[in-house]
Write a protein that binds this ligand. Structure first.
Ligand code: NDP
Length: 457
C-alpha cells in the first residue's frame, strides 16, 4: 500500500511519501535505544511537564490538526477537533496521575521474611506501535501518553493512509520538549514490521487494527518472546429491553453506529431489541438515520462523511449485498452514494440470519444489523455468539437485568444506558478475538513495565 494522503471525500491523491530505507530504520532504532538510555532516568515530574506541554500544543493547534485528519481519512471536522482535544486531555491525565500509578507498590514484608518488599514499575524500553487510520491521533496517543509517562520510548508505524497525522505526532512531541529518540514515526509499509519486531533493540509491541494484522504481529512477537497488546476490533451488541427509555436508546443508537462514519472498533454494530419494544425502537432508529446529513466532512452540517478507503467501501458493500441476497430486509440505505469519494448510505438491515456474513463479520461502516428477541437469555445468547469481545451496550432500568448484562456479556467493557466510549480515565480493551491486554489507566501503563519484585533482608 502506497504511503499517501488520498482525500476520501474526492478520491484525489493529495501527497505521496517515500518509505524509509532499511538503513534509515536502523538509524531510528539506534536513536530510540540511546534516547531510552537517558529518558528512563528522567523524573516523573519532568515527563509530566513534557506531557502537559504536548497538551497545550494540541489545544492551540486543534483546528489545523482536525483539518489534516479530515483530509486524510474523511471524519467530520467536528469529530476530528473533538479527537484532538481528547488527546490533549489524555496527556494531561497521565501527567497528573502517572506518578501515582508508577509508585512503588508495597508488599507484606513480614510474610516473606524481609525488612522491606515491594513491586517497582520500570519501563521496558523501545515499544513498536502499529496503529490504524480510523482515529489517527487518538489510537496512537492512547498508547503514547501512558507509555511515555512510564519512561518507555515509542516508534510508530502508522497506517499508510495517514502519514501526515503520523508525522505530526512525532513533531508535536518533539516541540513539547521530549528529547530525541523518545518518539519517532517510521514511514514504512507493513512488510518491514517483521524485521523491526525481531530486532533485539525492540522490547515489545502494541497493535490496533484488523485480526490478520494482529495475528501476524502476535505470532512474530511470540516467536521472539516479546510482549504485545492487541486491539483488534469488535462487533458490539446494543441491547434494548422494555424498561428502557426507548427514545433515548434510539437516539444514542444512531450516534453509536454512525460515529466516525461507522468506522470505530467500539461502534455498536448489532442492535438486539426485545419484541415488546421492537417496533417502537426500530421506528425511532430509522427516523434517526433518515435525518442524517451525508456529505462533505468539512461542512459543519454533515453527520456522515465518506469511508476512509475505497477497499473499505467495497468490503462494506459486499457484506450488505450478501445479507440482502440471503433475505435481509433493507429498512433504509443499502447503496453507495453516486458522487466522487467513497460514500455509503447509512443503512439498517433487519431479518438477519446466521448464514449471512454480517452475522459474524465486523461491519466497518455505517451499517446496522437488527435482531428481535423474546427475552434476556436470547438477547445475551446473540450478543455472545461472536468471536469478538470488545464492548457491549445494554439499555434497561431494571437493576437485576443490569447486573445480568454486566456479568454475562462477554466483552472487555460494558456500558449500561449509554454507548461504549473510550475515556482517558477508563481501561480499554477486549477479550476473545478482539485482542488482549489493556490500554489506558494504570493497567494500560503497566503493560509496558517490568513489574520488578524487590525483596530486602
Ligand atoms: P489493518 O489491520 O490492515 O491496518 C492497521 C495497521 O496494521 C496499519 O498500520 C497497517 O499498515 C498495519 N498492518 C497491516 N497488515 C499488517 C501485517 N500483516 N502485519 C503488521 N502490520 C500490519 O487494517 P485496515 O486498514 O486494512 O482495515 C481492515 C479492517 O481492520 C477493518 O475493516 C476493521 O475491521 C479492522 N480495523 C480495526 C480497527 C480498530 O480500531 N480496531 C482500526 C482499523 C481497522 P498499512 O496501513 O501500511 O497496511
Amino acid at each position: 500500500m502506497a504511503i499517501a494522503t488520498i482525500n476520501p471525500a474526492t478520491g484525489e491523491t493529495v501527497r505521496e511519501f517515500d518509505s524509509l530505507t532499511e538503513a534509515q530504520v536502523d538509524e531510528a532504532l539506534d536513536r530510540a535505544v540511546s534516547g531510552f538510555a537517558s529518558y528512563r532516568t528522567t523524573s516523573f515530574e519532568q515527563r509530566a511537564t513534557w506531557l502537559r506541554a504536548t497538551a497545550d500544543l494540541l489545544e492551540a493547534e486543534a483546528d489545523g490538526v482536525a483539518a489534516m485528519m479530515t483530509e486524510e481519512m474523511g471524519k467530520t471536522l467536528a469529530s476530528a477537533k473533538a479527537e484532538t482535544l481528547k488527546c490533549a486531555k489524555a496527556f494531561r491525565y497521565y501527567a497528573d496521575h502517572g506518578a501515582a500509578m508508577l509508585a512503588d507498590e508495597p508488599a507484606d514484608a513480614e510474610a516473606v521474611g524481609a525488612s522491606r518488599a515491594y513491586m517497582r514499575y520500570q519501563p521496558l524500553g523501545v515499544v513498536l506501535a502499529i496503529m490504524p487510520w480510523n482515529f489517527p491521533l487518538w489510537q496512537a496517543v492512547r498508547f503514547a501518553a501512558p507509555a511515555l509517562m512510564a519512561g518507555n520510548v515509542g516508534i510508530l508505524k502508522h497506517a499508510s493512509n495517514v502519514p501526515q497525522s503520523a508525522l505530526y505526532l512525532e513533531d508535536v512531541l518533539r516541540r513539547a520538549g521530549f528529547p530525541e529518540g523518545c518518539f519517532q514515526t517510521l514511514l514504512i509499509g507493513s512488510g518491514m514490521i517483521e524485521s523491526i519486531l525481531r530486532d533485539p533493540r525492540v522490547a515489545a509491541a502494541t497493535l490496533t487494527g484488523s485480526e490478520p494484522a494482529g495475528r501476524s504481529v502476535a505470532a512474530i512477537a511470540g516467536d521472539e518472546v516479546k510482549h504485545t497488546v492487541l486491539e483488534l476490533g469488535g462487533s458490539d451488541p446494543y441491547i434494548v429491553m422494555p424498561s428502557a427509555d426507548i427514545a433515548a436508546a434510539a437516539k444514542t443508537a444512531v450516534t453509536a453506529r454512525v460515529q466516525n462514519n461507522g468506522q470505530s472498533c467500539i461502534a455498536a454494530k448489532r442492535f438486539i431489541v426485545h419484541a415488546d419494544v421492537y417496533d417502537q425502537f426500530v421506528d425511532a432508529f430509522t427516523d434517526g438515520f433518515r435525518g442524517l446529513v451525508i456529505g462533505d466532512p468539512t461542512d459543519e452540517a454533515t453527520d456522515v462523511g465518506p469511508l476512509a478507503t475505497e477497499q473499505g467501501r467495497t468490503d462494506l458493500e459486499e457484506l450488505v449485498d450478501d445479507a440482502v441476497g440471503k433475505g435481509a430486509k433493507v429498512l433504509i440505505g443499502g447503496n453507495r452514494v453516486e458522487r466522487p469519494g467513497w460514500f455509503y448510505e447509512p443503512t439498517i438491515l433487519a431479518d438477519i440470519t446466521d448464514d449471512m456474513q454480517i452475522y459474524s463479520a465486523e461491519a466497518f461502516g455505517p451499517v446496522a444489523a437488527l435482531y428481535r428477541v423474546e427475552n434476556i437469555d436470547e438477547a445475551i445468547a446473540i450478543a455472545n455468539d461472536t468471536t469478538f469481545g470488545l464492548g457491549g451496550n445494554a439499555w434497561t432500568t431494571d437493576t437485576a437485568e443490569q447486573d445480568q448484562f454486566i456479568d454475562r456479556i462477554e466483552s472487555g467493557q460494558v456500558f449500561i444506558n449509554g454507548m461504549t466510549t473510550s475515556y482517558p480515565e477508563l481501561g480499554f480493551g477486549g477479550i476473545k478475538r478482539s485482542g488482549n491486554g489493556r490500554e489506558l489507566t494504570s493497567h494500560g501503563m503497566h503493560e509496558f513495565c517490568n513489574i520488578k519484585t524487590v525483596w530486602i533482608a
